[in-house]
Design a protein around this ligand. Structure first.
Ligand SMILES: *Cc1c(COP(=O)(O)O)cnc(C)c1O
Length: 227
């Protein structure tokens, strides 16, 4: 089932778009089934859960951090992940840079945009993103590769469109600015219920959980939750 679902989604994706399998609460066996179907990137929200999955599965896929990352988990996170999609402050970026320096790694990162301007939601506000990215560009062990957004949760997928569009606009603006030592190539937007809209609005990385793995039983792990 999981395998076939991945294959179906992959067939549907336009060229240049990559699928991230959002694997929070899923077992290594479930993740392996998805890999069997062609999944190449696994997204994890929790560092500890990711460590267990990486131990079981290894480097045959790329591992992306898609949950909120706490500073005290960064040492472990930089060992486990190939990309951190959720950087939203210079403090967190500086800590990632410092920990990467210790292990001789350069970390590709995305800047998470709080596209709905929601209080108590992670992500940097769209209007503050350019300043943050200019600051981050000076960190030698970090490579800014693009933007990620969740957008406000809604029953109607269509309501996500303005937030995806806003993030796309910031993305285009940053491409034009061409900030030195950054590469604006990845735009990570859209989940199971909103990915078609995200694709229409220019996403090239989509993060899908339930549509691949089935409904999540545990409510411990809402979308976007993390360490
Ligand atoms: C869980 C999660 C997803 C996937 O959500 P689904 O509704 O299961 O497709 C995408 N992005 C983030 C950050 C998540 O936490």
């Amino acid at each position: 089932m999981i395998k076939e679902r991945v294959q179906k989604i992959l067939r549907e994706l336009p060229p240049g778009v990559k699928l991230v399998g959002a694997a929070k609460t899923r077992t290594p066996e479930e993740i392996l089934e998805a890999i069997d179907g062609g999944l190449e990137i696994v997204g994890e929200n929790y560092v500890q859960e990711a460590e267990r999955a990486v131990d079981a599965i290894g480097a045959k896929v790329k591992w992306h951090m898609i949950g909120h990352l706490q500073k005290n988990k960064v040492t472990k996170a930089v060992r486990v992940f190939d990309m951190i999609e959720t950087v939203d402050s210079i403090k967190l970026a500086t800590e990632i840079d410092r920990c990467c320096g210790k292990i001789g790694k350069t970390m590709p990162v995305l800047v998470e945009i709080n596209s709905g301007g929601e209080e108590r939601k992670s992500g940097v506000l769209p209007e503050e993103s350019v300043k943050l990215i200019r600051e981050m560009a000076g960190l030698p062990r970090i490579r800014v590769m693009g933007l990620m957004t969740m957008g406000p949760v809604s029953e109607d997928p269509e309501e996500s469109r303005p937030y995806f569009r806003k993030t796309r606009e910031v993305f285009e603006q940053l491409r034009l600015l061409d900030v030195p030592d950054t590469e604006m190539t990845c735009l990570s937007m859209g989940m199971s219920d909103t990915y078609r809209i995200a694709l229409e609005e220019g996403a090239n990385l989509i993060r899908i959980g339930e549509l691949i793995f089935g409904e999540r039983k545990s409510k411990r792990a809402p979308a976007g939750g993390g360490d």
